[in-house]
Design a protein around this ligand. Structure first.
Ligand code: DGJ
Length: 317
């Protein structure tokens, strides 16, 4: 039976309220339905967190759902933004989506979804781009295929401080990572910088802290968890430091999907978001959130089964 994510809000005056986050449980939305948003991607806009992710109710034919929340715990279902057989005919019939990520392009006012666009045996190795004038759709397919003719699988997106967006994916049969700089409207790859040659990394997630970019990534072990590694650089396209182990040997039974920045009045807190896959099946995979610190090229994953966070002050306890 689905368990409600335990959430406690306590009054805390001008310093906001404390939100209690409990890990390891199935999330339910504000209508009491199980949240289905695996490999989630996040967009923070106008005081709300928007989350897109795979609806694995039918484990091998994922649709893409969109939710919103003020506090990462009370999730309202907004729409199924990409649906098998509806948004694109072949989707769900030999083609499937993984790791959908949502961008807002201020230049065009459009919402752009980048994702992994696959076929049997992961042989297609393609990406797809969907666009919409509204966050909750309708989304139309802009393009699907290998970005710049490069085989591309597991992926994420990153928007730099000045608004340039990047698509980052595991390229050439899981050998390397590719950092694709995107066009101003976020829909086209312009260039690709190969990173971490032959180091077989996937599930990349990037954050920018005090002038340093930090990237977390995993090895390629299917749905099984493995050692998370961190690298840092002052440039997105070069100078990444050698990969270093962070967390325990299976990253607390998770694989990274995002790093969130909570900018409060007293401090900035970073939250690691990962998938606890096959728990026990794909539809029951859990989204796990816990604090992570980044300082002077160092990173510490602070795994907590439960913790409180104050979205006003940025503090956690
Ligand atoms: C790990 C990836 O991160 C997932 O998105 C998915 O592709 C699985 N591998 C498939 O085995």
């Amino acid at each position: 039976m689905a368990l409600l994510l335990s959430t406690t809000l306590q009054a805390a005056g001008a310093d906001g309220t404390w939100t209690h986050i409990t890990n390891g449980k199935v999330w339910t939305d504000t209508n009491g339905k199980v949240v289905q948003a695996h490999s989630s991607g996040y967009l923070y806009k106008d005081g709300l967190w928007y989350m897109v992710g795979e609806d694995r109710t039918d484990p091998w034919r994922p649709d893409v759902n969109l939710y919103s929340s003020p506090d990462l715990t009370h999730w309202t279902f907004l729409a199924k933004i990409i649906e098998n057989g509806v948004t694109v005919k072949e989707l769900g019939r030999g083609r499937f989506i993984e790791r959908a990520k949502l961008l807002y392009c201020a230049e065009t006012g459009q919402y752009v979804v980048w994702c992994h666009w696959e076929g049997q045996g992961y042989r297609a190795s393609e990406a797809a781009v969907f666009v919409s004038d509204h966050i909750d759709g309708p989304y139309t397919l802009h393009k699907a295929g290998r970005p710049l003719d490069i085989k591309s699988r597991d992926c994420n997106v990153f928007v730099d401080d000045e608004g340039t967006a990047y698509f980052i994916s595991t390229i050439e049969e899981n050998q390397h990572l590719g950092m694709f700089k995107l066009s101003k409207d976020y829909t086209e790859p312009l260039s690709c910088q190969l990173l971490f040659a032959h180091q077989q990394r996937e599930a990349p997630a990037i954050v920018h802290v005090d002038g340093i970019y930090y990237m977390l990534s995993s090895a390629c072990t299917g749905w099984d968890p493995n050692q998370c590694k961190m690298s840092h650089s002052t440039s997105l396209t070069e100078g990444w430091s050698p990969l270093e182990n962070v967390g325990d040997s299976i990253c607390f039974d998770t694989q990274a999907t995002a790093i969130l920045t909570i900018r409060g009045t007293k401090q900035t807190t970073y939250l690691y978001v990962g998938d606890r896959w096959m728990d026990p099946g794909l539809p029951e995979s859990k989204t796990i959130i816990f604090p992570v610190t980044f300082k002077d090229g160092q990173c510490e994953l602070i795994y907590k089964e439960e913790f409180d966070i104050n979205f006003t002050t940025g503090e956690w306890r």
